[in-house]
Structures are given as C-alpha cells and as structure tokens.
Design a protein around this ligand. Structure first.
Ligand code: SME
Length: 149
C-alpha cells in the first residue's frame, strides 16, 4: 500500500477545498478504493463530548458513539491510535457491520484536541500492520495541516 501516494492525493484534493465534509468524503473514498480487504472506511467527528458519524464508505453505521465506548470512543478518550487485531476480543466493541473482524482508529487533532477519528474496518483478522498504522498516522497528520472545521 502506497501511503505517500495516498497522502499526496489527499493534499491535492484539499488544495481545492479544505472543508472537512468534502475532504473526509474523498479521503474515505481513496482509502476504500486503494486498501484491499476493507468493509468500512470513514470518519467520526467530535461533537457534544462524544463522536458523531461523518463521511464514510461502506454500510450504514451507528450515528453516536460516547467518548470511551468501543474502539472509536477509546481512541478519542486515550487520544491514541487503536489497532485491533480481533474486534471480538475488544471490550465494548460496537459492531456496526457484523462482517468486521479487525479495525484501526486514528485520532485527528485540531487546536490541540481530538476533533475527529479515522476509522477503518476489515473482514480479515489482523488486517492492519504496524506499517499500516504508521502510514495512516502520517496521512492524518498531513490532513491536520490543511483541514478546516
Ligand atoms: N466498531 C466501531 C464502531 C464504528 S463502526 O466500525 C463503523 C467501534 O467499536 O467504535
């Protein structure tokens, strides 16, 4: 997976408009197209102390996730990437799509706070490697420099 190319494509799209709605929509589409073996890729936005569903690709998903709940809420509460090899072994995992077996969630910051999380699900167990984590964290860091809320 060429994360440098993915990041360049995302930054190019952001040059036209950095507003979070089209940027997150297009980044979700790029990830979903380019990463093999995914069933969901998208964003949850920090809102009213929790997370609310944002732009994504995949099946319809749960709309509200409280801070600290599930993989996404844990990433928000701890302000740390969650790379989960087997979601069924993760306490409090929220099953939006029963096909999901592994998941990675990366926090995105604005003004020093978690403003959103990037959430990617796979039907394969252990789909996400440390290299995937590093590539996705670099993508999110690049987005933090250009995104507008
Ligand atoms: N599994 C997530 C919920 C969001 S869906 O994967 C799209 C979680 O436990 O936070």
């Amino acid at each position: 997976m060429d994360y440098e190319l993915l990041t360049r494509q995302a930054l190019e799209l952001a040059r036209e408009d950095g507003w979070y709605v089209p940027l997150m929509a297009n980044v979700s589409a790029l990830i979903f197209e380019q990463m093999p073996d995914l069933n969901w890729a998208g964003f949850y936005i920090a809102r009213e102390g929790g997370l609310t569903l944002g732009p994504f690709q995949g099946k319809a998903a749960c709309i509200h996730i409280p801070c600290g709940r599930g993989v996404c809420g844990t990433a928000m509460a701890l302000d740390a990437t969650q790379r989960v090899e087997d979601v069924h072994a993760f306490p409090g995992h929220i099953a939006c799509d029963g096909a999901s077996n592994s998941e990675i969630v990366v926090p995105l910051h604005c003004g020093g706070r978690v403003a959103a999380v990037l959430d990617i699900d796979s039907p394969l167990k252990g789909r996400f490697s440390p290299e995937d984590q590093a590539g996705l964290e670099a993508l999110v860091k690049a987005l933090e420099g250009v995104i507008q809320f």
